[in-house]
Design a binder for this molecule. Structure first.
Ligand SMILES: NC(=O)c1ccc[n+]([C@@H]2O[C@H](COP(=O)([O-])OP(=O)(O)OC[C@H]3O[C@@H](n4cnc5c(N)ncnc54)[C@H](OP(=O)(O)O)[C@@H]3O)[C@@H](O)[C@H]2O)c1
Length: 284
């Protein structure tokens, strides 16, 4: 039995699809089973619970061989994930596959979220179970979430990347790698993941123009105006601090540099940005 956390979210939801296609026995820890059933369909078990509720976690872990562990960007990320690892250890779960931060958000000068991911990674490295930490670069689907709507209304899109370049990853590749990491023999402790190539705003504009046949321009945004927009959307102060660190590092060029984890795990290259971007632009 595989336990999936975050199944109603982006990566977790895609992972459930991968595991269903593999015919795996899947249980999902969900806060709202009715909503989860609507999103995920039949053929999986739902365990009602919360990462913040140890009783529900230990019930969900019973009989589980491997757990996919994630939680959203928030100040309680490490506390929730450490609690889930404790429950996994107590239930005899053999392997935890953690959705961690981008490699460039961890390390010596981490972002606020990178510091929390590092705390959980360190716990897993010392825990008496197998663990795989997936370190994906920025997701195409979240980094460019507003691009299709902006291009439906005009010919420019904005990003607070400056001249930075990022090998954006299609999160469906993360889900496929996670599906393998949950069951593959002797998995590596860390898998760094990215899309195939570094892309800056101007290159993304060219790709979008090729897909739509319309002139498209990248509009570099000052980080402060992107953060003000995020505040306006009601994002929590922790998320604003997280975004600040992310924009700063992308602008400094620290997010550049593709990783080979998708090809090494799946034996095929990562999806190009045009796959998701084409779908997203056609859907508008
Ligand atoms: N976006 C990026 O570019 C990027 C890059 C590298 C790493 N990451 C990492 O990826 C993660 C975000 O992944 P995502 O975009 O797939 O997340 P997401 O779509 O926001 O999904 C969050 C999931 O967590 C569940 N959840 C939230 N609080 C919970 C709780 N207390 N108990 C149980 N479930 C809870 C949500 O369930 P409900 O439906 O009940 O709310 C939802 O299923 C973060 O850890 C982030 O650091 C992101």
């Amino acid at each position: 039995m595989i336990l999936v956390t975050g199944a109603t979210g982006r990566v977790g939801g895609a992972l459930v699809g991968v595991l269903k296609r593999q015919g795996a026995a899947v249980r999902c820890l969900v806060r709202d089973p009715v909503r989860a059933r609507g999103l995920l369909g039949e053929g999986i078990e739902l365990a009602q619970g919360d990462l913040d509720d140890p009783v529900s976690l230990s019930a969900a872990c019973a009989g589980v061989q491997a757990m996919f562990l994630m939680s959203p960007v928030a100040a309680d990320l490490a506390r929730l994930q450490v609690g889930a690892v404790r429950a996994a250890l107590a239930a005899g779960v053999k392997r935890v596959v953690k959705l961690s931060g981008s490699a460039w958000t961890l390390g010596r000068t981490p972002t606020v979220t990178g510091a929390l991911h590092t705390e959980v990674e360190a716990m897993l490295a010392n825990a008496d179970l197998e663990s795989v930490c997936l370190r994906p670069n920025a997701f195409a689907q979240t980094s460019l979430a507003r691009l299709p709507a902006e291009l439906a209304q005009g010919d420019t899109f904005g990003l607070a990347w400056g001249d930075g370049r990022v090998p954006l990853i299609d999160l469906r590749d993360i889900a496929e790698v996670a599906g393998h990491a949950l069951t593959m023999p002797e998995p590596p402790a860390v898998i760094e993941l990215s899309g195939p190539t570094d892309l800056g705003g101007a290159e993304i504009a060219t790709l979008a123009a090729d897909l739509t046949g319309r002139a498209t321009r990248y509009r570099p945004l000052a980080a402060e105006s992107a953060l003000a927009a995020a505040r306006g959307r009601g994002e929590a102060p922790f998320v604003i601090e997280h975004l600040h660190g992310v924009f700063e590092r992308i602008g400094q060029g620290l997010a550049a540099g593709p990783a080979d984890g998708v090809a090494a795990t799946l034996g095929r290259p990562p999806r190009p940005l045009t796959e998701w971007l084409g779908e997203a632009l056609r859907a508008r």
